[in-house]
Design a protein around this ligand. Sequence first.
Ligand SMILES: *Cc1c(COP(=O)(O)O)cnc(C)c1O
Length: 486
Amino acid sequence: MASSKKDIEIPDLLRNLPSVDDLMEDLRGEGENGATTPLLADAARSAIETRRSRIRSGQGAVRDAGALSSGGVSSLREALRLEILAEARDILAASQRPALRHVINATGIVLHTNLGRAPLSRAACDALTGVSRSYSNLEYDIEAGRRGKRGDAIESLLQKLTGAEAAVVVNNNAAAVMFAIRMMAEGKEVIVSRGELVEIGGSFRIPDIMAQSGARMVEVGTTNKTHFEDFERAIGPETGLLLKAHTSNFRIVGFTEEVPRNQLADLAHSRGIPVLEDLGSGCLINVPGLPHEPTVMASVQAGVDVVTFSGDKLLGGPQAGVIVGKAEWMDRLKKHPMMRALRLDKLTLSALEATLRAYLDPEKALREIPALRMLAEGPDAIGARAESLLAALGDEAARKLRAEVIEAVGRVGGGAMPTAELPSRAVALAPEGLSADRMDQLLRKGEPPIVARIHEDRLLIDMRCVSEAEMGPLAEALRALADSSP
Ligand SMILES: *Cc1c(COP(=O)(O)O)cnc(C)c1O
């Protein structure tokens, strides 16, 4: 019965689709004057075409069939026009929005790689805006009145903060590692422990990086244990470098052993070979409440020749790859032809400089760098934010959503400290007649989009990474969710 009704409806529906011109007129009439004619036409055409193919596949009946009960072609035409107009309006709005935009992170994962890792500090954003709106002394020595060197200020900050002789910054840590291996060991052997052959994801795998850098990888030891003698025996006339890599995103626990970096450095230097350490996250100070991480300073002090790390992981700055170490190696990096292809632009340089500057006073870094502040925040402070979100919902919306504050577990993210569990607080939602999946979808489609987490059929809004400024829009989105629940 139902299918025969549909068969009758399909030609009717197709016949009553609005024309592109009519739909464009409607959009204009709604005051969509900011949009150019081609944008309006694209939105109208796209909405009609989408509906046409849905109708053809039997999925395009009008939603509010009750309104058509009076029957007649004109009301079917009118119902279709209104629905397609709404779709065209959404398409138009989406086409006028930047593709890369603000998202509210309600996942409880601080350095969420898919959500852009570390948010920048106020100082970093100000610095970035300051140099981007106007000209700057990017490569100009103001005192001398002539050409200067890009990145000089960053280098002296990094010297102060890490104790290294010199520094170079590039586009990201993957580039830093590849660049350093190529420069230090192209055509030679690089010795690395089997316990450190890490894959970071997004195609960063130590063996592949090694191959791309033109070096030959020599693995030593076993997955869980690598001894000093393993390295000692493997060093030969072809050896160009010893590599130590941070096993950022995995842990081997139990019966394990690795060679301490100072012993590795002593061994390498006694044979006239350098050591490179890929530290991954690049911790400058330890965050209270988090597991101890090896700092950049410790690696430099242990005698590691070249150390690399990310700008946007635990450091809390923009995407960048930081290389610090012995002046001799840094000079060679600066003169290498690849440097030009990997160098940072002024926006990143300014944000990185401001981020590093905060570390001159560690207390200030913990206060002002958002990633550090969010990582250090305890469950009570997060819980207070959860309670104020609940209060902002109002009694009726809270009751409809069956919202309550619960204990949750957050993560560091960004492939750092994979086993660390951050005690957090979340607002859990479980309304009747609205599934967690559906709520998740609705919140993602909102403006700004909200990315939450589903746990045991409830939607969790983890408050760790929600800023004060995001509280209003978040409460508004949840109230809208309550309104849409039956
Ligand atoms: C994250 C990471 C990288 C890659 O750094 P990007 O800045 O993302 O390019 C390389 N090595 C280790 C050990 C890492 O943890």
